[in-house]
Design a protein around this ligand. Structure first.
Ligand SMILES: [Zn+2]
Length: 292
């Protein structure tokens, strides 16, 4: 049986920073920028549903527009002669019309788009460690601290786009549990915000695209974990690791090892929990895979 996470998300705690030497960082930055400049942007697949991604052209803008959705800044990418907003649609968004707010060239406007309904299945799990379903007061102190850290990490936006499509971060068996409505010991919890990939402990995890390491740490639910920024608010998140090979502030390139699969935090067995975020919401990672 595929091991699974027992929680949508908890943040990582910074375990200490050892920023690489200045020279190394400059060289790494230059390499990433050269690589990025040489590649055309490979946009994700569009799916205008809860948990999906909307790609919306912004007509008539000369300068880069500022786009927000639900008051959160949205990724805006240069696509040929125009600009395209890459919008993450939260899992709890109701079907129906939605609105993007646009500011460009001194004017403000709105663009409407429709979100279709999507039913995600229920998933019922039995947790033997009851504290992982109903944490005690001490646990709650740690969980509250974790939540602050995750909120800070999710707000981080790397100013330049480093990658927009991904390779699989680990070799293993993919689940299709993104978005599943979860019940732990019959109690409803938040829907699953990522993809679980089953692999044995120690399997290497690689960066699925060029990225900046925002945060690493060890959390109550997520165990050892890493947040990567791919630019413009596009993020990826890795949980339940046995070891972490990167430090906050590092730049990593596609295919570079960042850690190893483990079973830390709230899990039934070794696996990687992998999430993809846009405008501070977790969307379906399969939309970003270069080969599906
Ligand atoms: Zn998971």
């Amino acid at each position: 049986m595929l091991p699974i996470c027992k929680v949508a998300f908890m943040p990582c705690t910074d375990t200490g920073r050892q920023i690489p030497a200045c020279v190394a960082r400059v060289i790494a930055t230059a390499l990433v920028l050269v690589t990025t400049a040489a590649q055309a942007l490979d946009l994700p697949s569009q799916q205008r549903t809860p948990g999906g991604v909307a790609l919306i052209q912004i007509p008539g803008a000369q300068e880069k527009p500022v786009v927000t959705f639900d008051e959160k800044p949205v990724a805006v990418l240069r696509t040929g002669p125009s600009w395209t907003a890459m919008v993450g649609i939260p899992l709890l968004t109701p079907a129906g019309p939605q609105t993007l707010d646009i500011t460009h060239d001194g004017t403000t406007s709105q663009i409407a788009f429709d979100v279709s309904g999507k039913d995600y299945p229920e998933q019922h799990l039995t947790i033997t460690n009851k504290r992982k379903v109903n944490p005690n007061e001490e646990d709650m102190k740690r969980i509250r601290k974790d939540r602050t850290s995750i909120a800070n990490a999710k707000r981080y936006r790397h100013p330049s786009i480093l990658s927009t499509s991904f390779d699989m971060p680990v070799e293993g068996i993919k689940s299709s549990s993104y978005g599943s409505r979860r019940f732990f010991n019959k109690q409803p919890r938040r829907p699953h915000g990522g993809m679980d990939i089953a692999a044995v402990s120690g399997t290497p995890i690689v960066a699925p695209g060029d990225a900046y390491v925002i945060e690493t740490g060890d959390y109550f639910f997520s165990g050892k974990c890493i947040f990567l920024a791919h630019g413009e608010g596009l993020q990826t998140f890795y949980a339940h690791l046995s070891s972490i090979d990167v430090k906050p502030g590092e730049l990593v390139t596609r295919g570079q090892k960042i850690g190893e699969v483990g079973a830390t935090g709230r899990v039934t067995g070794a696996h990687l929990h992998w999430s993809v975020g846009l405008n501070q919401t977790w969307v379906d990672p399969t939309l970003f895979l270069r080969e599906q």
